[in-house]
Design a protein around this ligand. Structure first.
Ligand code: FES
Length: 101
C-alpha cells in the first residue's frame, strides 16, 4: 500500500529501509526512499511506521536478548495451480463408486 502517493513510496519501501539498518528515523527513511517535498499528508503515517518498526524491533531484542534485525515480508507469490483430482470411473453398471467413510 502506498504511504506517499506524491513520491510513490510504499509501506514495503519503508520497512525495507528500516530492515536494512540504514534508517532509524523518519527523516532518514525519506532520504533513503528519495522522497521530495510534496503535499506532506504522508508525514504522520511515515512517523507511525517508523515508530511501529522501532517498537517491534525493541520488543524482539527484549525477547531474544539480542539485536536481531527484522526482515521485510516478501510479497506473496502467485497461487499454485490446483490440478484436478485423479478420478477413476467405475464402468460396471449398477455398482456405486466407493465412498469415503
Ligand atoms: S503523500 Fe507524501 S508528500 Fe504527498
Amino acid at each position: 500500500m502506498y504511504v506517499c502517493v506524491c513520491n510513490a513510496v510504499t509501506e514495503d519501501d519503508v520497512h525495507g529501509c528500516m530492515a536494512s539498518g540504514a534508517c532509524t528515523t523518519a527523516k532518514e527513511v525519506k532520504t533513503a526512499c528519495g522522497m521530495l517535498p510534496g503535499c506532506g499528508s504522508c508525514t504522520k503515517r511515515i512517523h507511525a511506521l517508523v515508530s511501529e518498526y522501532r517498537t517491534a524491533s525493541e520488543l524482539a531484542d527484549a525477547l531474544t536478548g539480542g539485536s536481531l534485525p527484522l526482515t521485510a515480508v516478501p510479497e506473496p507469490s502467485a497461487p499454485a495451480t490446483v490440478s484436478e483430482p485423479n478420478v477413476t470411473q467405475n464402468t460396471e453398471r449398477g455398482t456405486a463408486p466407493p465412498t469415503a467413510a
